[in-house]
Ligand binder design. Structure first.
Ligand code: AMP
Length: 279
């Protein structure tokens, strides 16, 4: 496995690859878990060559968010990546990605201000900017992304389409713990007691889906069911919304492709989860 830290060297390396028709790319912020590894496995199955990046992107964190305390463990990450047979890991430096006088940002309007974008202004501008830069550098044919961050997937698919970038996103399913909690690097912040309470996000989704399958389509009533389960566990609701899967706008009457989206604080840790109501 090659570990490359400079933009020049990764570009040179990518140009030197021959006989590769499908180049898979998995951008991450590191502190890897099985969710990340599932994206890599999917890339290895589909593509001839797989590149993983590890970069904690300051542009997607707000001034009062956890950029400095975001968990990092580069040597453990590299061991994990080596053991599953990644071809190249790109670990750019902050100075390389955002040199002095950096001025250019990518905005996907309409999709970036709702849901997580409403409580994290600028977050998706930071995400779109770093992913566009990474795609320009690595030039993948396929990018593997987790549905855990559903809004991120929709924002980035729209960016790729609007900017005529010839890279396709492969949507990958959410990997969960046995009790349903979606894996996340931020789960590391939870105390043991909070970890127990954190399963309320998945429980709220499952109960809402049950009610939908039993015939309830009024989104206010469906959201009430989810809210009750979260508040019983002292979760602090940032948002619970049922949205159209394409434009992410709230809807009144649920249909099979509607998506329930949640952001909830358990203690100080903000967790997100989502699912399709029907599947
Ligand atoms: P991050 O390191 O949090 O920026 O995530 C990198 C990629 O891993 C993104 O495409 C995430 O959606 C994906 N990911 C994170 N957690 C999970 C999970 N539990 N299941 C599937 N994909 C995930």
């Amino acid at each position: 496995m090659k570990v490359i830290s400079t933009i020049q060297e990764i570009q040179y390396h990518i140009r030197s690859l021959h006989d590769i028709s499908k180049l898979g790319f998995i951008p991450t912020m590191g502190y890897l878990h099985q969710g990340h590894l599932s994206l890599i496995e999917s890339s290895k199955r589909t593509c001839d060559y797989s590149v993983v990046s590890i970069f904690v992107n300051p542009a997607q964190f707000g001034p009062n968010e956890d950029y400095n305390s975001y968990p990092r463990d580069m040597s453990k990450d590299l061991n994990m990546l080596e053991s599953i047979g990644v071809d190249v890991v790109f670990t750019p430096t902050l100075q390389d990605m955002y040199p002095a006088h950096y001025r250019t940002y990518t905005e996907v309007s309409g999709l970036s201000e709702v849901l997580c974008g409403a409580s994290r202004p600028g977050h998706f501008r930071g995400v779109a900017t770093i992913v566009q830069k990474l795609v320009n550098i690595v030039k993948p044919t396929h990018m593997f992304m987790g549905l855990k961050d559903y809004q991120q997937v929709v924002v980035l698919e729209t960016m790729l389409r609007d900017l005529n970038m010839s890279c396709k996103i492969v949507r990958c399913p959410i990997v969960r713990e046995r009790d349903g909690l979606a894996l996340s690097s931020r789960n590391n912040y939870l105390s043991e007691e909070e970890r127990q309470r954190a399963i309320c996000l998945h429980q709220a989704i499952m109960r809402t889906k049950q009610a939908y399958h039993a015939g309830e389509t009024d989104c206010n009533k469906l959201i009430n069911i989810a809210e009750k389960i979260i508040t019983q566990q002292n979760g602090q609701i940032d948002y619970i919304q049922i949205v159209s899967p394409h434009d992410l706008l709230s809807i009144a009457i649920a249909t099979d492709d509607s998506r329930i989206m949640l952001a909830v604080k358990i203690g100080k840790t903000r967790l997100i989860d989502n699912d399709c109501l029907c599947c």
